[in-house]
Design a protein around this ligand. Sequence first.
Ligand code: UTP
Length: 311
Amino acid sequence: MDKPALESSIAAQENSILSTIRKVVIPAAGLGKRLRPATLSQPKEMLPVGRKPTIQHVVEETTATGISSVLIVTGRQKRAIEDHFDREEGGNGPDACIEGDVDFEQLGVSFFFVRQSRARGLADAVSLAEEFAAGEPFVVALGDTILYSPSGTDPLLRRLMQTHLSTCASATVAVETVAKEDVIKYGIVQPRTEIGDAFELSGIIEKPTPSEAPSQLAVASRYVFNVEVFDAIRAIKAQPPGKGGEYQLTDAIRWMIHEGLKVFAVRLRSDEVRYDIGNFGSYFRAFAEMGLRDPEYGADLEAHLRVLLQK
Ligand code: UTP
């Protein structure tokens, strides 16, 4: 077999292995308190970053791996999310041919919605996906965080799925290095083995103080789970809620590790960026950077910002 044929045969094999993960769960039922007043009557996941609402970036990123079933966890005042993913029948209406838009229906992507009646935490939101998962492994991608991988490179989510399947892990989480003083904002992992691009975990802790933190590697809003995660969530929900009075997904992952289940982590590459739009500082940065990447207006925006910054 010549080299191009061999490469395309390997790629085909990889794609068929990855196709065992066909589902994504996108939690989007949080209250968005840190973004008030912008979120008083609209979901934070619908705030635009560049030309698209944040959650559309998340759906595009996850369905680009071949995932074809999307479950969005919504709640009060989140109806705009459901409306957003409807398109006019036949494509002749006002929504037809919007530049840069993606026709998810044509791509064979199906949307499902489930309501979380109270924002009791991420673990509670994920627990609502048990029927949807129907025994299959699935991705969890937070609806308020965009994961940018440069085009033409192997994106984070594909690497996460590959690691999950090749290591036979029960859970695999994306991680990135954060500053020591910032560990208190994140779930922080404890590596069991040497830290490479992918490595096994021996522990995880939600929002530790800098002295408690076992590393500076923070969970970065993308996960792959086997259905054992639902047992883990049931177990932690039999206890009082975790940090912030919420049922934390981090606590469910810790339970899995304690039960002897394999949990792996995959690191973001240095050219990949996590844009969490959950507070104004990071939302402004996300919008500015995505605006600068816009093929039509990016160069103009850059020229404008240069002038502004020189003043
Ligand atoms: P966050 O904890 O960052 O969102 O959850 P939040 O609760 O909306 O934040 P504040 O503190 O009120 O500003 C990360 C993601 O998980 C979802 C959120 O919608 C967000 O996309 N989430 C969080 C749920 O779906 N349910 C929850 O109970 C909590």
